[in-house]
Design a protein around this ligand. Structure first.
Ligand code: AHG
Ligand code: MN
Ligand code: MN
Length: 341
């Protein structure tokens, strides 16, 4: 009989465990759990199913293309950015235990209730990541990050601005050739696929582990002339070593591929985005938690992404994440550069 490899994800074959029952079962392991958390996850799942339906029907319902407005970052909003944002607000907005909802599409976070009124969690999200790919039918996704609404002293940073290592859960829903829900609550990474016929996310893999190494990099190489020298030196190394390249242009899809097949995803500082383009709170942090929980690494320059202390909801960061050995290659060039400055 073949020995099972503990480093491989356990793919399930019974397909009888739904996301909801999985979260409820996990909650049973915590004697002090109130059920609040599974209540939030069910709202995220409902939002994911509703957005998936909209994405599938986008061309039919004629909701592709520009909304005609810009988001807080000055980027043009797609109609579906706005629709996905509204769906999430509707699904999570009436969950009595949510204190703050914050989105890429809203300048300010929405404070629903304080701690005394039962607001125990802050949920931050990118409603639709990669939305400029929608018109051409490429995978897009929803990214979410959940923090505890800690009691804070007056004048301290607002409660939704906490380093990523304090996330209690994070994940994404990828609307690709199938709809995939990937989540971590800090005890490994689980993956669910939407079974349209029963309208539920069913568990397909638990304890996913990212491959330790894979000679693939994922970066918008067209900007490489403007990358800091360390990233250009890394690319020269990767070329010399015969690496392959894959870049979709939706972070959620690029990181999902990296999680399952290995390699490294990068969004370095560029001429237009000197501090990096991706948003720390609702893009980099949740994806970094997933990658770390799967045994990978996620860095910004020489720092661990999850250790960065955000000072603004929409602040940006550079990103390098993926297989531990591949991130270490990039890190080697970054650290060499820093030591010669
Ligand atoms: P969003 O659609 O939420 O604004 O995010 C787009 C992001 C991210 O998904 C992707 O990795 C990156 O933009 C692609 O940027 P480039 O087109 O500059 O490569
Ligand atoms: Mn995004
Ligand atoms: Mn987005």
């Amino acid at each position: 009989m073949m020995e099972s490899n503990p480093l491989q994800p356990r793919f399930t074959s019974d397909n009888l465990t739904t996301l909801q029952s999985h979260i409820l079962a996990e909650e049973q392991l915590h004697p002090d759990a109130t059920g609040d958390f599974s209540w939030i996850m069910s709202a995220v799942a409902l939002a994911g199913k509703t957005i998936a339906n909209k994405v599938r029907r986008a061309r039919i319902e004629d909701v592709l293309g520009d909304h005609g407005d810009v988001n807080p970052h000055g980027e043009r909003q797609q109609k579906l950015d706005v629709i996905a944002n509204e769906i999430i607000m509707r699904c999570l907005g009436d969950r009595a235990n949510i204190a703050v909802l914050a989105s890429e599409e809203g300048e300010q976070p929405i404070v629903l209730r304080n701690r005394e009124e039962g607001g125990r969690y802050c949920v931050m999200f990118d409603p639709l990541d990669g939305s400029s790919n929608l018109d051409v039918c490429v995978g897009v996704g929803t990214i979410f990050s959940i923090l505890r609404n800690e009691r804070r002293k007056p004048r301290e940073m607002p409660h939704y601005l906490q380093p990523g290592y304090r996330q209690v859960a994070a994940g994404y829903i990828l609307y690709g050739s199938s709809v995939v829900f990937v989540v971590t609550t800090g005890t490994g990474v689980d993956m669910f696929v939407l079974d349209q016929s029963i309208g539920a996310f069913v568990l397909v893999a638990t304890k996913i582990r990212i491959p330790a190494a894979r000679a693939i990099y994922s970066v918008n190489e067209a900007y490489s002339d403007h990358f800091p020298p360390a990233y250009r030196e890394y690319l020269a190394f990767a070329h010399a070593e015969g690496y392959s390249s894959r870049y979709i242009g939706s972070m959620v899809a690029d990181v999902h591929r990296t999680l399952l097949t290995g390699g490294v995803f990068l969004y370095p500082p560029t001429k237009t985005h000197r501090g990096g383009k991706l948003r720390l709170v609702y893009e980099a942090n949740p994806m970094a938690m997933i990658i770390e929980q799967a045994g990978g690494r996620a860095i910004a320059g020489a720092a661990r992404i999850l250790d960065l202390a955000p000072t603004d909801l929409h602040e940006r960061t550079s990103v390098v994440m993926g297989s531990p050995e591949e991130v270490a290659h990039v890190e080697r060039f970054i650290c060499r550069e820093q030591s010669t400055v």
